[in-house]
Ligand binder design. Sequence first.
Ligand code: ATP
Ligand code: MG
Length: 456
Amino acid sequence: MNNYEGLKEFKIEIPKSVKLIINVLEENGFEAFAVGGCVRDTILGRNPQDWDITTSALPEQVKALFNRTIDTGIQHGTVTVMIKRVGYEVTTYRVDGEYNDGRHPDSVEFTSNLIEDLKRRDFTINAMAYNPTVGLIDAFDGIGDIERKLIKCVGVAEERFGEDALRILRAVRFSAQLGFEIENDTMKAIEKLAPTLEKISAERIRVEMEKLIVSNHPDKLITAYKSGITKVIFPEFDKMMECPQNTPYHKYNVGEHTIKVMENVENTKEMRWAALLHDIGKPQAITYDKKDPERMHFYGHAHVGAEIAQKIMRRLKMDNKTIKFVTRLVYCHDDRPVQYEKSPVNVRISVHNIGKDIYDKYLELVYADFQGKSDYGKEKGFDGYLYVKKQYEEIVENDICTSKKELKITGKDLIAIGCPKGEIIGDILENLLKKVLDNPKLNQKEILKDIAGTMF
Ligand code: ATP
Ligand code: MG
């Protein structure tokens, strides 16, 4: 039934449900294999995100064999089979027709030959298939490239990138996720065809970029820069790479510094975006010192940066929640609450301004920012950071009020003691908050009522 010579020595652990799907298809006279990312990741000892199955059965035949299926992309041959509430994409062996737009094939055709299906896949490490009885099908030496730690196109790289330009970015993304290098011919084709990424939709670009920046190797952004990729999809990054920092605080250019900061924040998409964009305003904020014309300043870069960051994230069609969070962090990342005076009041005011909800993230970004500076930059101000962190922890521990909604008095209370309705209520609460930030002990209902009584 299966006509392939598989490598039997490869035994891959596959989930029961995947085995079940393969068995059902085989019992009904079809071929079926786990394929692509799940095979690659299992061989690498990584946890696959999802399990895809490739089969000789046509979509209608797949649907007839399983109780619960979803027509995910039936025109491309994909049916999702649901087993115990988990979905498995089962796709009919296919060959892609002509690509005329550099994004997708004009048509797809089903085939009965597994190797034909594997040929259309992007990289050798992604073009392996596995079946428990046949073993591993590795027609393009994916195993060899895993051993050599290489990202290499299946077939002629230029042709493959010409078909779908997104593969150019995927190459760098996989190299970042796996810590692999990009094979020479593949790299040359990337450099040649990087401009064609312009045809790819913002959503698809964002998905790949996000995978790249949350990976263990955000430094591969430099590869994307050197090969001309960021010039097309993220030109603001090129400006950072081309922006030196002639100040005693720094030893890297803005782009290299940015990478260091990314490496030092947690690997969530929110924090990696915040780190990536935190200094995006610097190239536009350059001024030169009056006394020492070699020396640069970047006054106000955080606030300009917040605007630029927001534009970039909108362009990449990111969700509003992430855009808002990242924009806020970019805006405040350069705040130094105790630069002139170490006092708890200054920290409380800062927590009020920045927001308790994101203050721990602000501190994480500030910490990472120091890791990307010169020793001089680290000495200057790091003790201030430690002071702020400690004060912030006390604020959290003792539930200290830093916002209007944490005041022990409300607008209703004010009306009850005779305050007129209207805007004045907000103003009074604002004034009460100022006093409480100055002296947290005042945050008691009776005391606040007394103070408020003198305000209207
Ligand atoms: P991830 O772990 O991010 O899911 P993956 O390798 O599974 O990585 P997917 O985008 O889920 O990537 O695609 C599954 C498989 O489909 C790939 O392994 C590859 O064989 C093939 N594939 C996906 N996108 C492309 C593409 N643009 N061009 C060619 N083949 C592709
Ligand atoms: Mg996948």
